[in-house]
Design a protein around this ligand. Structure first.
Ligand SMILES: *Cc1c(COP(=O)(O)O)cnc(C)c1O
Length: 407
């Protein structure tokens, strides 16, 4: 059996999305900036996609700027807004959380080198922050608040409309990375007080290498790429017509009928969580409260197991999953998201993220439920840490508050 359970890392391009892309390569291949009909047709296709993206989030078409990926949208929003406010208003403070995607965290760290102060709000043990934490952190020196809509590793959904309201009241610009939330949470940028928002195509069945930044009209947005006049002069470079057309189609599909699609996914997720929680000395990472966790996200830790070897063994059994985020695999550091929950390294290291969607089946879920405990037992049988934990109760004591029982 081959099971793909890593949809938070990326998703396959759907056949109906591929079919709208293909003509952009071979027939409708004109340069959208050319004035003859072949170019105009490409431009029209891009403008249709722009309307689709705008409609999907309750924005206007001239508030959508296509980018090369979600990461680029984050870089654009954060760096250019911060630099402009420093230049124009001498504001040098940024507020974010300590469990953002690296696309946001590393932008903030880069800005620290340029003289900005960044407040990394701590999430609680379940991976939540509150709007009042944000309210308390804002000062006259705050240039920007950037807080993710939903976390890519542990799936927690943050109170973005409330945070947006606070920022609006205090006159501070608010950006959110909605790459994981789009298609899972109904988003309306007007009703939810969002000034800027990043979206990526490949997490919602469009191809890799396309995304967009929403920027509210009236808010100044500095140019990100210098060159030609594409994207109203703000992001030069010949447009990725096929990718943009795909993104328009993908976001339309992803944001239609969210609730209908979710019932099935939530049932599968909850079954996974319930059954895998029977593994001794395990824990569920992230909150389990209704409506506060992405429907397809399961994140668990099993002490005495290295995430990497868990993944390799699951791969041998035909299951594609992840430990922490795809972006940090290859590094041996435990996930910064799990450390932000206050977990010790020993627990953070042995983590498993399964991210499922409506294309997963009940049979696949049953196979995962059958396979993960076997793989865990096999790895633990070779683990010196597990040997100690099972033979020296005083050693397990230290981890007991955060884990289920070891027997
Ligand atoms: C995947 C992801 C990104 C990066 O998007 P790319 O299009 O891969 O650059 C940013 N933020 C979050 C929360 C993500 O999950």
């Amino acid at each position: 059996m081959k099971i793909y359970a890593d949809n938070a890392a990326t998703t396959p391009v759907l056949p109906e999305i591929l079919s709208v892309m293909l003509p952009c390569f071979t027939e409708n291949y004109g340069n959208p900036s050319s004035i003859y009909s072949l170019g105009m047709n490409a431009l029209r296709a891009i403008e249709k996609a722009r309307s689709q993206c705008a409609a999907a989030i309750g924005a206007k078409t001239n508030e959508i700027y296509f980018t090369g990926c979600g990461t680029e949208a984050d870089n654009w929003a954060i760096k250019e807004t911060a630099r402009r406010l420093k230049r124009e208003k001498s504001k040098t403070e940024i507020i974010t959380t300590n469990f953002e995607h690296h696309a946001v965290l590393h932008c903030c760290q880069a800005l620290e080198k340029d003289g900005f102060t960044v407040k990394y709000l701590p999430v609680d043990e379940y991976g939540y922050i509150t709007a009042s934490q944000v309210a308390d952190a804002i000062t006259d020196n705050t240039a920007l608040v950037t807080i993710m809509y939903a976390n890519n590793e542990i799936g927690t959904i943050l109170p973005i409309p409330e945070i947006g309201k606070i920022c609006r009241e205090k006159g501070v610009i608010f950006h959110t990375d909605a790459v994981q939330a789009i298609g899972n949470v109904p988003i309306n940028v007007v009703e939810q007080n969002i000034d800027m928002m990043s979206v990526s195509g490949h997490k919602i069945h469009a191809p890799k290498g396309v995304g967009f930044l929403y920027c509210k009209n009236g808010l100044k947005l500095d140019r990100f790429m210098h060159g030609g006049a594409q994207e109203r002069g703000k992001r030069a470079g010949t447009e990725n017509t096929a990718g943009i057309v795909a993104l328009g189609e993908a976001i339309t599909l992803a944001t239609a009928g969210i609730e209908d699609r979710q019932a099935k996914i939530i049932t599968m997720r909850d079954k996974l969580i319930k059954e895998l929680s029977k593994i001794p000395a395990s824990r569920v990472n992230g909150g389990v409260e209704d409506g506060k966790r992405l429907p397809g996200n399961v994140n668990m830790s099993f002490i005495g197991i290295e995430g990497e070897s868990l993944l390799l063994n699951l791969d041998l059994a035909g299951i594609s999953a992840s430990s922490g985020s795809a972006c940090t695999s290859g590094s041996l550091d435990p996930s910064h998201v799990l450390l932000a929950l206050g977990l010790p390294h020993e627990i953070a290291h042995g983590s498993l993220r399964l991210s499922i969607n409506e294309y997963n089946t009940d049979e696949e879920i049953d196979y995962i439920i059958e396979t993960v405990p076997k793989v865990c037992a096999k790895i633990r049988a070779m683990s010196p840490l597990w040997e100690d934990l099972t033979h020296k109760p005083e050693m397990f004591e230290r981890f007991a508050p955060q884990l289920s029982s070891i027997n």
